[in-house]
Design a protein around this ligand. Structure first.
Ligand code: FAD
Length: 455
C-alpha cells in the first residue's frame, strides 16, 4: 500500500510524526511538496522566504535520496495536486501536519472533503509544527489563553511526546512525475546577508546553540549588539527543526539559559493557539482600542521608517538590519514596531505587512500577533505602554555598537551621543548626513495618549 506525506511547514526528516506514521502504515511513501499557487498569488511568497524555502526543499530531497527515496514536487492547487497523486499511486491515506492559520485550516477542510470523496483517509498530526498543539491546553472558560503567564504554566506541565529518529530508508513508488526542486539561485531580490536554510544547517545551528549559546541566553538575549539569541526562528518557521526536539534538548541541557529559551519557544505556541482560535486576528484587531490611526503625512513617515531614516538611530539600525539580513533581533522588532504603531500612531497592519515582506521567519501567527501585542490591540496586559527609543537604546545598546554597525553614518560618533545625534554641535551634526528626528517624542506621546483617551 501507499501513503502520501504532504510536507508544508515541516520540511525535515528528524522527529517527523507524519512520515513515521506513513512508513509504519504502508510499504511505500510519497513525500510530496506542492508549490501552492494560492500562496504564490497571496503576496506571501516573498524573495527572502522563497530562497530559504528552496534551500529547505533541496535539503529534504537530498536527505530522502540518501535514504533511497526522493522528494516529489508539484505545483498548482494543493488540493487538486494531492488528489492527483492519490489517483496516480492508489494511495489510501494522506498525512499532514496541523497548522493554525485560516488558510491552513481551509486547506485541511478542502483536503478532507475531496479525499473522502475519493475514498482516501486524511490524518492530521499535531505537535509537528508546535511543541504543544493549539487547543491541547485551554483555560476553563475559553477555547484559548489570552494571557501568556497562565498559558505558560499549563504549557510547561503538558507532557511532551518523545523525539523520533529520522528514518533509515524511505521507499518511494517508481514512476511518479515530479518537477525539479526549486533553486535558491533562481530567486532574485533577496537580502544580501540572508541565512541559509535546510535541515542540515538547522541541526548544526541547534547543536552549536546548545553547546555555545544557551547558557548565556538568560543574561544576554536582550543585548542588541551581542547578537546572543539562537537565530533558530526561520528553521522553526519552515519546520527544518522540530520544536518538540528543541524543547526536549534544551531541558536536557538544563540551567537558567535553557529555561529562558524554552519560555520563548512557548511564546511561539502561545501566538499559534490564539490564531488557531481566532484566525481573523491575522488582520483584525484582537481587542479593539477604537484607534483612528494617523493618515496625515503618514506615508512620508512610513517611508522613513522602512528605510531606516527616522532620525532615531536605534530604530534605524533595527530597520536596516531587517533589510540587510531579512531578520531582526527581537528587541529591535519590539522597539521598531512600537515606534511605528505608537510613536507614529500608524496602523499596525502597515508595519506587519512590511515585516512580512522581508522577514525570513515571517509567520502569520507570530508576526501579526506580536505586532498586535506591541500595538496594544493584542494580548499585552499593558496595552498603552510606549517604548522610548532613546531609553531603550541606552539600556539595550549601552555602548552604541549595534547602532554603529547598522548606521555607518554614525560610526565615528563617540559616546552616548550616538543615540542622540541631535545633541551634537551644529557643525558636527551637519557633516553627518544623518536625518533630524522625524517626530518629537513628547508630542507623539501626547498624541497617542489623547487618541487612546488616556489624558
Ligand atoms: P530566540 O530568542 O533564540 O528564541 C527562540 C525561539 O523562540 C525563536 O526562534 C522563536 O521561534 C521563538 N520566539 C522567541 N520570541 C518569540 C515571540 N515574541 N513570539 C513568538 N515566538 C518567539 N517571530 C517569528 O518567528 N516570526 C515572525 O514573523 C515574528 N515577527 C515578530 C514581529 C514583532 C513586531 C515582534 C516584536 C516579534 C516577532 N517575532 C517573530 C518574535 C521574535 O522576535 C522572533 O521569534 C525572534 O527574534 C527570532 O530570533 P531567535 O530565533 O534568535 O530567537
Amino acid at each position: 500500500s501507499v501513503h502520501v506525506v504532504l510536507f508544508t511547514c515541516d520540511l525535515r526528516l528528524h522527529d517527523h510524526p507524519p512520515l513515521a506514521a506513513a512508513r509504519a502504515g504502508a510499504d511505500e511513501v510519497v513525500p510530496l511538496f506542492v508549490r501552492d499557487q494560492r500562496i504564490g498569488r497571496s503576496g506571501f511568497a516573498v524573495p527572502n522566504r522563497s530562497a530559504f524555502l528552496a534551500d529547505c526543499l533541496a535539503g529534504l530531497d537530498a536527505g530522502l535520496r540518501d535514504r533511497g527515496g526522493r522528494l516529489v514536487v508539484r505545483s498548482g492547487d494543493v488540493v487538486a495536486e494531492v488528489c492527483r497523486v492519490v489517483t496516480e499511486t492508489g494511495a489510501d491515506e494522506v498525512h499532514l501536519a496541523g497548522s493554525p492559520s485560516a488558510y491552513a485550516q481551509s486547506r485541511e477542510r478542502r483536503l478532507r472533503e475531496e479525499l473522502t470523496a475519493q475514498g482516501c483517509r486524511l490524518t492530521v498530526h499535531q505537535e509537528v509544527v508546535h511543541a504543544v498543539a493549539p487547543g491541547a491546553v485551554t483555560p476553563a472558560s475559553s477555547d484559548h489563553f489570552a494571557v501568556f503567564t497562565p498559558y505558560f504554566r499549563r504549557w510547561s506541565g503538558h507532557p511532551l511526546r518523545g523525539v523520533l529518529r529520522a528514518p533509515r530508508q524511505v521507499a518511494v513508488p517508481d514512476g511518479i512525475g515530479s518537477e525539479s526542486v526549486p533553486r535558491r539561485s533562481a530567486v532574485k531580490g533577496t537580502s544580501p546577508e540572508l541565512a541559509r536554510g535546510g535541515e542540515k544547517e538547522a541541526r548544526a545551528r541547534l547543536a552549536d546553540w546548545l553547546r555555545g549559546g544557551l547558557d548565556a541566553y538568560a543574561d544576554r538575549h536582550d543585548d542588541l549588539a551581542g547578537d546572543a539569541t539562537s537565530r533558530l526562528s526561520p528553521h522553526l518557521h519552515f519546520g527544518t527543526l522540530s520544536p518538540v526536539e528543541c524543547v526536549q534538548r534544551a531541558r536536557g541541557h538544563g540551567g537558567e539559559g535553557a529555561d529562558a529559551f524554552v519560555r520563548q519557544v512557548a511564546w511561539r505556541d502561545f501566538h499559534h493557539q490564539v490564531l488557531a482560535a481566532r484566525p481573523k486576528a491575522s488582520f483584525y484587531d484582537y481587542r479593539t482600542r477604537h484607534d483612528h490611526w494617523r493618515q496625515d503625512a503618514a506615508a512620508e513617515d512610513v517611508a522613513a521608517w522602512k528605510e531606516g531614516r527616522t532620525g532615531y538611530p536605534i530604530v534605524d539600525a533595527a530597520m536596516r538590519q531587517l533589510t540587510q539580513q531579512g531578520w531582526m533581533h527581537n528587541r529591535g522588532r519590539l522597539l521598531a514596531a512600537s515606534f511605528l504603531a505608537k510613536t507614529l500612531y500608524t496602523d499596525w497592519r502597515v508595519g506587519a505587512r512590511h515585516f512580512l515582506d522581508l522577514l525570513v521567519d515571517g509567520d502569520v501567527a507570530n508576526n501579526q500577533l506580536n505586532w498586535q501585542w506591541v500595538a496594544g490591540t493584542g494580548t499585552d496586559t499593558r496595552p498603552n505602554r510606549v517604548l522610548n527609543p532613546v531609553a531603550q537604546a541606552r539600556r539595550y545598546d549601552p555602548d552604541g555598537a549595534y547602532v554603529r554597525r547598522w548606521v555607518p553614518e554614525l560610526a565615528d560618533v563617540e559616546g552616548p551621543a550616538v543615540h542622540r545625534p541631535w545633541t551634537l554641535p551644529d557643525k558636527r551634526r551637519s557633516g553627518l548626513d544623518y536625518p533630524e528626528p522625524i517626530v518629537d517624542l513628547s508630542d507623539a506621546l501626547d498624541h497617542f495618549r489623547q487618541a487612546r483617551g488616556l489624558n
